[in-house]
Design a binder for this molecule. Structure first.
Ligand SMILES: Cc1ncc(COP(=O)(O)O)c(C=O)c1O
Length: 384
């Protein structure tokens, strides 16, 4: 078997910038360099291009241009949605609901609001598959609930949440619903933004071959969350700071090219993931963390007993395999995966391994990983 030199199985962490997206960004690093807020001609030219980008994003999503707020990425979109909506509505009620397995850029906002701003937060439990149930949500809702945030797809284990259903429950009750769709876009079939039944939707470009440092928050009108960045009146008074055209154009270009249909082709990725799963299931003690159904086709996560994440990652890396242990965004940290802790009720989860496949993943790479995996795992289990 020919051994590939470097195998990138970490597409949920980030994806490479697509060459065509890069090309589309280049003019905005040279000709259209003006400040969109300047009233002279150089500024007006930049403003026209920014307005165009917003119009394109709105048409693509099935939204109004005024409902699009460009941000620096998924983290900022989530922070703006949660802090912005909670603070806006604090006089109406101070109860918030989220799930136990959200990305840290959601969880830590709720932790902060609870610790420092007097909100009360319910963190919904999840099933063995990592799924939130409509029944749990209904039971958790109180008369003073003002905001619910549940992610569309989990970054660590790939579980898809029934966000349309959860959103409808919130809408019936006049509660604002936010979904972090950062891992969802580019992987699941997208039709229009209303399919989430959400008032707030977070999107991030680098998860579908766009640039890093670019995201957007869809804000259903007439909602106007409190800003989290103060300064000028940019982005309809929602996000102060001179807009950076290259990442914004890169985001819009990538979204148009790679989310409809999804660049992560389920039909191609499913059989590759199935091969990995079959190989993992033959390794003694390994347990799948990703559910069998209702899961992103590219994500294969599993737990290895008596081995820690760092040894596993180092062992895989020595073989040229780039994977992730726990939350990709805190890579390098040995924190147990909060997702596995929530599912398994607090058992130490140092040994999560996540493979996330993508556009350039080949069958040869999958075969190679399947062949080397038992030995890498054995080496990371000194006491077995
Ligand atoms: C589900 C989810 N939300 C939010 C983010 C944050 O995105 P960024 O780090 O680009 O701001 C990530 C990043 O991995 C993610 O997976």
């Amino acid at each position: 078997m020919q051994i590939p030199r470097s195998i990138y199985f970490d597409y949920n962490a980030t994806t490479p910038l697509d060459p065509a997206v890069r090309e589309a960004m280049l003019p905005f690093l040279s000709e259209a360099w003006g400040n969109p807020s300047s009233i002279h001609q150089v500024g007006r030219r930049a403003r026209a291009r920014l307005d165009e980008a917003r119009d394109r994003a709105a048409v693509f999503l099935g939204a109004k241009p005024s409902e699009i707020t460009f941000t620096s990425g998924g983290t900022e979109a989530n922070n703006l949605a949660i802090f912005g909506a909670a603070r806006l509505l604090k006089n109406k009620g101070k109860h918030l609901i989220t799930s136990a397995i959200e990305h840290p850029s959601v969880l830590h906002c709720f932790d902060y609001l609870e610790t420092h701003e007097g909100f009360s937060v319910t963190r919904l439990p999840v099933s063995r598959a990592g799924r939130v149930s409509a029944e749990h949500l209904k039971k958790a809702i109180r008369p003073d609930t003002v905001l619910v945030s549940v992610m569309a797809a989990n970054n660590e284990i790939g579980t898809l949440q029934p966000v349309g259903e959860l959103g409808a429950i919130c809408r019936e009750r006049g509660i604002i619903f936010h979904t972090d769709a950062v891992q969802w876009f580019g992987k699941e079939p997208f039709d229009h933004i209303h399919q989430f039944n959400a008032d707030l939707v977070s999107i991030c470009a680098h998860k579908f071959h766009g640039p890093k440092g670019a995201g957007l928050l869809y804000i259903k009108s007439p909602l106007h969350p409190d800003p989290i960045l103060f300064g000028g009146g940019h982005e309809n008074e929602r996000r102060a700071g001179t807009e950076s055209l290259p990442p914004i154009l890169g985001l819009v270009e990538a979204m148009e090219k790679f989310t409809k249909p999804p660049v992560f082709q389920a039909a191609r990725l499913k059989p590759l993931s199935a091969k990995l799963i079959a190989a993992i299931e033959t390794i003694k003690g390994c347990e799948m963390a990703s559910p069998k159904e209702g899961v992103l086709a590219n994500t294969v996560a599993f737990v290895v007993p008596a081995a820690d994440g760092l040894s596993l990652m180092a062992g895989l890396d020595m073989e040229g395999i780039c994977a992730s242990s726990g939350s990709a965004c805190s890579a390098g940290s040995l924190e147990p995966s909060h997702v596995i802790m929530a599912i398994h009720g607090g058992i130490s989860a140092n040994s999560l391994v996540r493979f996330s496949l993508g556009r350039d993943t080949t069958e040869a790479e999958v075969d190679w990983v399947c062949s080397i995996l038992p030995e890498v795992i054995r080496r990371a289990q000194p006491h077995q």
